[in-house]
Design a protein around this ligand. Structure first.
Ligand SMILES: [Zn+2]
Length: 454
C-alpha cells in the first residue's frame, strides 16, 4: 500500500511539471493605458462616426447578416469582454478589416471575397475582437504620447472636448499609420492567440485564422505586390500557423471545429460580386471654388505622427487617405469637385513612395513623369534646386498645369527627399494668381518638416 501511494504522488508531481511547461499564456490588457474602458468606447464611437463619412457601408441584409452571425458566435465568448461590439461591411475591394477601440468593427468586401472558408473570416473577426478586448489601440496611443496625453486628454476630458480631436492633434488620430489601428508584433501574437481561443469555443477551426494570414503574406511575396493594408496594420509576428497550432494543443479536449458553411459563403460572395460600385463616399466637395477663401491664413498648427511632423496654416486641415496613406493638407474650399472626384486645387499632398533604390534624382524623375501624365502638368524652366528636407537631401521642382478652379492656370511645387523608407514627396498646389499669397505658408511647410525617430 505504502509503496503504491508513493508512486502515485511521484507521477502526479511529474504530470503537473509537464503541464506547467506548456501552460497557455495569460493574455491580458496592458495596465499602461491612460484611457478608461469607458473612454475606449467613447473614442471608438467618435472615430466610427468619422470613418463612416469616408467609407461606403454596405446595406445588404444578406451580407450584413452573414458577418454578424459569425461575429455573434465570437463575441459571446468570455475572451471578448463586455464591449458594445458592432460589425459592418464596407464596400472596398482591398483585403482588410479593422476595429476601433471599444467595439466598432468593419470588414471589407474584398476580405470576404478572398476568404477560402467561413472559419477564415471568423479568424479575422476574432483577431479584431481580441485587439478591442485587449485595448491595444489606446494602449499604443498611451505609450507613444504619454506626456501629451496626460496633459491633453486629461484636459479634454475635464473640458468635455473631443478625444479624437485631441488625439488627431498629436498625430494619433485616424488615418495612415494611426496608432489606434496599427499594432506591434507583440500585440499581433496576443490577438492571434486570444482570437484562436474565441474561435475554438465558438466551434471554428482556429488554425484557419493563421492560415489566412499566412496566405496573405505568401501572396505578397510571390507577386511582389505592395503590402495589403491588413498586413501593414497587423505586422506578422512570424510563423503564425505554428504558434496557433501550439495554442490549439493546449486547448480543452473534446471541442469540435469546423470550417463553416461553404454554400453560404459562396452565396455571399456572389451577392458581393453583383454589387454596383457605390458612389464615392466622403466630403461634399464644392462644384466651383473660390481660391481666396482657400488661401492659407494664420500662424500654423502642428501635425505630428510617429514618423512625420510639420506646420500647416490655421485654416487648413489634414485629410488622411486610408487607402493610399497620403496626407492631404488643405482648406475644404481648396478641394474642388472634378467629375465626381475631389481634386486639390489649393493645398498640399504628402506621401512616401516605395522605391527600389535610393537614387533621389532618378526616383524623382520617375515620380514627376507619373504625376505629369496623370494631371496634365508640364515642367517649368526653373530647373532643379537642391535643398534639405527635415535634414535629408532633397530636390525642388516647379510644374505648371490647369487649375481645378475654372479658367485658371496652376503652379505645382514638388519637393522630394531621400527618406530611408522611400521617396518622400510633398506636392504643393495653388492657382497661379495665388502664388505670391501662398508662398510664405508653403515655405513654412517645407522648412518645418521633421522625420522624428520612431
Ligand atoms: Zn492585428
Amino acid at each position: 500500500m505504502k509503496a503504491s501511494r508513493a508512486v502515485a504522488v511521484f507521477s502526479l508531481f511529474f504530470l503537473s511539471v509537464a503541464a506547467f511547461g506548456q501552460k497557455p499564456k495569460n493574455i491580458k490588457a496592458s495596465r499602461w493605458n491612460f484611457f478608461s474602458p469607458e473612454q475606449d468606447v467613447e473614442l471608438g464611437k467618435e472615430a466610427a462616426a468619422q470613418i463612416e463619412q469616408q467609407v461606403a457601408v454596405v446595406n445588404n441584409e444578406q451580407v450584413f447578416g452573414y458577418v454578424n452571425r459569425i461575429a455573434g458566435r465570437l463575441v459571446k465568448q468570455p475572451e471578448a469582454g463586455q464591449y458594445p461590439y458592432t460589425f459592418k461591411v464596407v464596400y472596398d475591394k482591398s483585403i482588410n478589416a479593422f476595429a476601433l477601440p471599444g467595439g466598432p468593427a468593419y470588414v471589407h468586401t474584398g476580405l470576404i471575397s478572398s476568404a477560402e472558408n467561413e472559419a477564415q473570416i471568423a479568424g479575422v473577426v476574432a483577431h479584431e475582437i481580441a485587439h478591442v478586448a485587449l485595448r491595444h489601440g489606446t494602449a499604443q496611443a498611451s505609450k507613444a504620447n504619454a506626456a501629451q496625453l496626460l496633459a491633453g486628454i486629461g484636459g479634454a476630458m475635464l473640458g468635455g472636448g473631443s478625444m479624437l480631436g485631441q488625439l488627431a492633434q498629436l498625430g494619433a488620430g485616424l488615418g495612415a499609420n494611426s496608432l489606434l489601428l496599427k499594432f506591434s508584433r507583440d500585440a499581433e501574437s496576443d490577438a492571434d492567440l486570444l482570437g484562436a481561443r474565441m474561435m475554438a469555443k465558438a466551434g471554428y477551426d482556429p488554425v484557419e485564422m493563421a492560415v489566412f494570414f499566412q496566405k496573405l503574406e505568401e501572396e505578397e511575396k510571390k507577386a511582389g505586390h505592395s503590402t495589403p493594408q491588413f498586413l501593414s496594420d497587423h505586422p506578422s509576428p512570424g510563423n503564425r500557423v505554428k504558434a496557433v497550432s501550439a495554442e490549439v494543443k493546449l486547448m480543452a479536449k473534446g471541442l469540435t471545429y469546423s470550417k463553416g458553411d461553404a454554400a453560404e459563403l459562396q452565396q455571399v460572395k456572389q451577392v458581393i460580386n453583383g454589387m454596383p460600385e457605390p458612389p464615392k463616399a466622403g466630403v461634399n466637395f464644392r462644384k466651383a471654388g473660390d481660391p481666396q477663401s482657400a488661401r492659407p491664413a494664420g500662424g500654423g498648427k502642428q501635425y505630428r505622427s510617429q514618423g512625420l511632423a510639420f506646420v500647416y496654416p490655421d485654416n487648413w486641415q489634414v485629410f488622411p487617405n486610408q487607402q493610399s496613406g497620403e496626407l492631404t493638407v488643405a482648406s475644404p474650399e481648396g478641394l474642388v469637385d472634378k467629375g465626381g472626384q475631389p481634386d486639390i486645387a489649393y493645398g498640399a499632398i504628402l506621401s512616401l513612395q516605395k522605391v527600389q533604390n535610393r537614387d533621389l534624382r532618378g526616383n524623382t524623375q520617375q515620380y514627376i513623369a507619373g504625376i505629369a501624365k496623370g494631371n496634365g502638368l508640364q515642367m517649368g524652366n526653373e530647373g532643379t534646386r537642391d535643398l534639405k528636407v527635415g535634414g535629408l537631401p532633397g530636390l525642388l521642382h516647379v510644374l505648371y498645369g490647369q487649375s481645378a478652379f475654372q479658367g485658371q492656370k496652376e503652379v505645382v511645387l514638388l519637393v522630394t527627399a531621400d527618406h530611408p523608407q522611400g521617396l518622400f514627396t510633398l506636392v504643393m498646389i495653388c492657382p497661379q494668381g495665388e502664388y505670391q499669397a501662398s508662398q510664405p505658408a508653403f515655405e513654412r511647410l517645407i522648412t518645418s518638416i521633421e522625420f522624428p525617430q520612431r
